[in-house]
Design a protein around this ligand. Structure first.
Ligand SMILES: CCc1ccsc1-c1ccc(O)c(O)c1
Ligand SMILES: [Mn+2]
Ligand SMILES: [Mn+2]
Ligand SMILES: [Mn+2]
Length: 260
């Protein structure tokens, strides 16, 4: 589907609410906070601003966000019994719907001080999304995006999860094309101005294999190693891409050295 500049405005509005929420969550993510506390915050933040969480009652899912800790790859379900602890890494994935537009984004949050391996995984995962964004431009294909991610991640001796992909987004939460986070250059769909989709690489310290728990949602690494993810919603422009879910406070990567 090819969207217009007016559509891009609608995506920007929904996406910036999501990005502002992800910024506002930073001080909340501390040892002792539960993932249900995070879910309550996300629901309230949207309610106060006219945004509806897309995950609420989506395919039977009953929470306002996903909270994926350590070995959880994605789709972690907020839980009043699940307390964050020092050294955890947690992905918080939020999608607000505003005027029908879906702003889908996720980031990693460190809980207190991290061990070096956890810190490195967050850096590698963030950088893989940055390389993907550099490849997201007209004249390239979806395979160029996947190749950029896979080549970098594997050069850092990490692995790319294959079981979940990025996706078209806009008036629908999920649409074509699927955006694979691995693949060969020049394969897949040609990127055209007006396309809107997410890129959401999931990177493991160990093997790529996934195990879904009995709750039907929680996806974990089979080998129990750490997993991280970052996600942006973007629109392809004539020269590259607009990153709709950019953090207004510059907080997207938590491992960036404190400025100033
Ligand atoms: C929990 C929401 C959900 C349910 C089935 S897939 C899914 C989901 C979660 C986060 C996403 O970024 C996404 O695109 C889909
Ligand atoms: Mn994880
Ligand atoms: Mn998401
Ligand atoms: Mn998504």
């Amino acid at each position: 589907k090819i969207y217009s500049q007016e559509d891009f405005e609608g995506m920007r509005k929904a996406s910036q609410m999501t990005a502002q929420c992800l910024d506002a969550l930073v001080p909340l993510v501390q040892p002792g906070v539960t993932t249900q506390d995070i879910d309550d915050f996300v629901f309230k933040f949207g309610k106060e601003r006219g945004g509806v969480p897309a995950t609420l009652n989506y395919r039977g899912y009953t929470k306002s966000c996903c909270t994926s800790i350590n070995r959880v790859i994605c789709h972690g379900i907020p839980d009043p019994k699940k307390k964050l602890k020092e050294g955890d890494i947690v992905n918080i994935d939020v999608t607000y719907i505003v005027d029908g537009w879906h702003g889908d984004s996720s980031r990693m949050y460190p809980v207190g001080k991290l061990k070096p391996a956890a810190k490195r995984l967050i850096e590698v995962t963030h950088e893989s999304l940055m390389r993907a964004l550099d490849a997201a431009k007209p004249g390239n294909t979806t395979g160029d995006i996947g190749h950029a991610i896979q080549e970098y991640v594997e050069s850092e001796r990490c692995s790319v999860v294959r079981d979940f992909c990025g996706h078209g987004v806009g008036k629908l939460f999920h649409d074509m094309p699927n955006i694979l986070h691995y693949g060969q250059k020049g394969t897949g769909i040609k990127l055209m101005p007006g396309m809107i989709f997410t890129i959401e690489p999931m990177v493991n310290l160990g093997r790529p294999d996934v195990r879904v728990l009995k709750d039907g949602w929680t996806a974990e690494t089979k080998d129990k190693t750490l997993s991280a993810q970052f996600e942006h919603s973007i629109g392809i422009t004539s020269t590259g891409c607009d990153i709709f879910t950019t953090s207004p406070a510059g907080l997207f990567n938590p491992m960036e050295p404190e400025t100033g």
